[in-house]
Design a protein around this ligand. Structure first.
Ligand code: TIU
Length: 220
């Protein structure tokens, strides 16, 4: 089995049991006029990972390896939205209210949809998740177990929120997690750097990180 040059040590890439997960590449987080920008975030900081994720998606598709896409969103009746999350941060526009791209973080609204560069293909799993952890109240664990997937190549936004949370929860469930350094971004570059360092600390306490080139070279 091939090994990928990774931190803190090489990652064994098991072609039969690995999937790419693309976390929350949604218009509301990535596009001008979206929810994230309305909260005062600089969306320029999360643009670099978009073409990298597109290249990884193309390589995984060519190799016929599974790709999973997550989107953070809630039911139209808000029944899966904790009050604590609704009120957090005192935002100008709250979840469920009307923003520039439809109701904020409500499944089915334009802002919740994937950006065109990273959108799913028909046969790929799309997970709608109400939390930061992609396993919380979703079918992700069941899907991965059914497909006998034991390794996750992790990409998406934002590094220290939904990406890190998902990686830690996947690690606790026994998945080997490889976070793609240039395939993830944060509105706060210093938080991205800290997260990349934290997950590989103590001998890979949460998993591995590597550059996308290391994966793309191996899949070429
Ligand atoms: N996808 C994701 O990370 N959702 C967030 O809420 N991110 C923030 O950085 N707030």
């Amino acid at each position: 089995m091939p090994f990928i040059d990774a931190k803190p040590f090489p990652f064994q890439f098991d072609f039969d049991h690995v999937a790419l997960i693309c976390i929350d590449m949604q218009r509301d987080f990535c596009e001008p006029g979206g929810f994230a920008e309305s909260l005062g975030n600089d969306i320029a900081n999360i643009q670099p990972c978009i073409p990298v994720i597109a290249r990884l998606q193309a390589a995984f598709r060519k190799a016929r390896l599974p790709i999973i896409h997550t989107k953070e969103c809630h039911r139209p009746d808000l029944s899966d939205l904790p009050t604590a999350k609704l009120n957090r941060g005192n935002p100008k526009i709250k979840i469920g209210e009307f923003g520039p791209m439809g109701r904020i973080l409500i499944d089915g609204e334009p802002g919740v949809d994937f950006i065109s560069e990273n959108e799913p293909r028909e046969n790929e799993l799309v997970i709608a998740k109400p939390g930061k952890d992609s396993f919380y109240r979703t079918e992700l664990d069941e899907y991965l177990m059914r497909r006998k997937i034991s390794g996750l190549v992790i990409t998406g936004v934002t590094t220290e929120v939904c990406v890190q949370t998902t990686m830690r929860c996947a690690n606790d469930r026994g998945y080997d997690c490889l976070l793609v350094e240039d395939g993830t971004d944060s509105f706060f570059p210093e938080f991205k750097d800290a997260t990349l360092r934290a997950v590989v600390a103590q001998g890979g306490i949460v998993g591995w990180t590597c550059r996308s080139d290391a994966i793309l070279d191996m899949l070429a």
